[in-house]
Design a protein around this ligand. Structure first.
Ligand SMILES: Cc1cc2nc3c(=O)[nH]c(=O)nc-3n(C[C@H](O)[C@H](O)[C@H](O)COP(=O)(O)OP(=O)(O)OC[C@H]3O[C@@H](n4cnc5c(N)ncnc54)[C@H](O)[C@@H]3O)c2cc1C
Length: 420
């Protein structure tokens, strides 16, 4: 750690939020020699985070770059090799995922309590990163039009503190205070999932595939069962918030109803027990393109609404966006040494990296998500894939290639699927 946070210094960057996007941004900046102040509202780590706990190949790649993969592997973890899709009429197809780079499997399941602690400890130990916990900004400092820093109250002693920097990165999740203080609108409810999850023991039939159950009343969302270390399962349900507003039941009720009554799910839970409480949180989707940078500020991860609209995966994009923000900030500082706030124009590289590496995937996943609203398409597609090897191969290709995802919009694709 770089020492006690100081109000005198002008940091290269203040990163608000020490989750995956914040730790990634802070570590990439610090590894490039930049001075960072990392703040989080929680008083200590580890802390709980509601999540499905799937840690994808994309996440593994960034964790490796950050040097935290070995620490993560010491935490209890499950191995993921593939995906099972279960249609509303109960047909099931299991497909392999491609292996993560350098791994004989595609991903992990690791409790976010553990993942986030490993990331936080790496940031905390870095000589270029000062850390302040129990602190949430309640105002942004301004210099002209530019953001110059943050001020707020330290929870432990109620001290009013202000910190200055060349850029403030809002990595503070779906309910981002930085985004609110900037006056940015929240993503519309059509572009947000409401998710709930709990940990169960005794779920029968777990494999090394994560399972997505498309069930009536939830489409295009789904119920998931993700196998965890030690025979536990992370079981949850995500539904579009716009659908919830149409008078549907609470997601917790939908989940417990399905566990009790759904013909594909209930038999698996005959002897299962919920351990601990259910938890819920918002999942802001990348089908909404949020403004991500401006004069003296940038947003990353959920604060920037970057979750995959089909899969609900957000950790990979949180880690990647933290990295891209750091790359752009690093280049902006190199081009303009000194201590002035970084103008919006100098951060355009961040927008370009998101446009090149994150949004194209979002567009394809959003198309797939919209198709999943149609029960008959899911029954047709998963039914055929479960019965016909070549249809299963089409599904594998579609899940693994952006080109193939695009083909799924063409009538020819369905004609091919329907042929005997
Ligand atoms: C039910 C559910 C299931 C999910 N399942 C998966 C999954 O299986 N795999 C996957 O990849 N993604 C999943 N996601 C998405 C994933 O959890 C997020 O995309 C990811 O956590 C985003 O990381 P982040 O660092 O941007 O934000 P967060 O992880 O939310 O971290 C934000 C940090 O900011 C801090 N903070 C918040 N407000 C303030 C404030 N005012 N001041 C200071 N600090 C603040 C918080 O304490 C926290 O440490 C799921 C989400 C939900 C809700």
């Amino acid at each position: 750690m770089a020492g006690v946070p100081t109000e005198e210094k002008i940091y290269d960057a203040i990163v608000v939020g020490a989750g995956p996007s914040g730790c990634s941004c802070a570590l990439f900046l610090a590894n490039a020699g930049r001075e960072v102040l990392l703040v989080d509202k929680v008083p200590s780590f580890p802390r709980e985070k509601v999540c499905g706990d799937a840690f994808s190949g994309k996440s593994i790649g960034v964790a490796r770059e950050l040097g935290v993969l070995a620490e993560l592997e010491k935490k209890p973890h499950g191995i993921v090799r593939g995906l099972a899709l279960i249609s509303p009429n109960g047909k099931r197809v299991d497909v392999p995922f491609p292996n993560a780079e350098g791994m004989p499997f595609s991903g992990y399941t690791i409790a976010r309590m553990d993942t986030d602690e490993a990331l936080f400890r790496a940031a905390e130990a870095h000589p270029k990163i000062s850390v302040l916990l129990g602190f949430s900004p309640d105002a942004l400092l301004k210099e002209g039009e530019a953001v110059r820093g943050i001020s707020g109250t330290r929870a432990s002693d109620k001290a009013k503190l202000s910190f200055r920097s060349r850029v403030v990165v809002g990595a503070d999740g779906a309910a981002s205070a930085v985004s609110r203080l900037l006056g940015l609108p929240n993503p519309p409810v059509e572009h947000v999932y409401s998710g709930v999850r709990g940990y169960y023991t005794g779920v029968e039939g777990l494999t090394e595939n994560i399972e997505l159950f498309f069930i009536d009343g939830v489409l295009p969302g789904y119920l998931w069962i993700f196998p965890m270390a030690g025979g536990r399962a992370n079981v949850g349900l995500g539904i579009l918030s716009s659908d919830l507003n149409k008078g549907r039941k609470h997601p917790n009720t939908m989940l417990t109803d399905a566990i009790a009554n759904n013909a594909s799910i209930a038999p698996r839970f005959r002897n299962a027990l919920l351990s601990g409480r259910m938890g819920g949180w918002a999942i802001p989707l990348g089908s909404y393109k949020k403004k991500c940078f401006g004069n003296g500020w940038a947003l990353a991860g959920d604060a920037a609404s970057l979750v995959d609209p089909f899969s609900g995966e957000g950790v990979g994009n949180a880690l990647c966006s933290g990295k891209y923000a750091a790359v752009a900030i690093g280049e902006a500082i190199a081009k303009s040494p000194g201590s002035a706030p970084l103008p919006a124009a100098s951060l355009e590289k961040y927008g370009k990296l998101l446009d090149d590496y994150i949004y194209p995937e979002m567009v394809d996943s959003y198309r797939l998500q919209r198709m999943c609203r149609f029960r008959f398409l899911l029954n047709l597609f998963i039914g055929k894939a479960s019965d016909k090897p070549d249809a299963r191969q089409m599904l594998v290709n579609m899940l693994n290639s952006d080109e193939e995802k695009k083909k799924a919009q063409s009538p020819l694709f369905y004609l091919k699927l329907l042929l005997p």
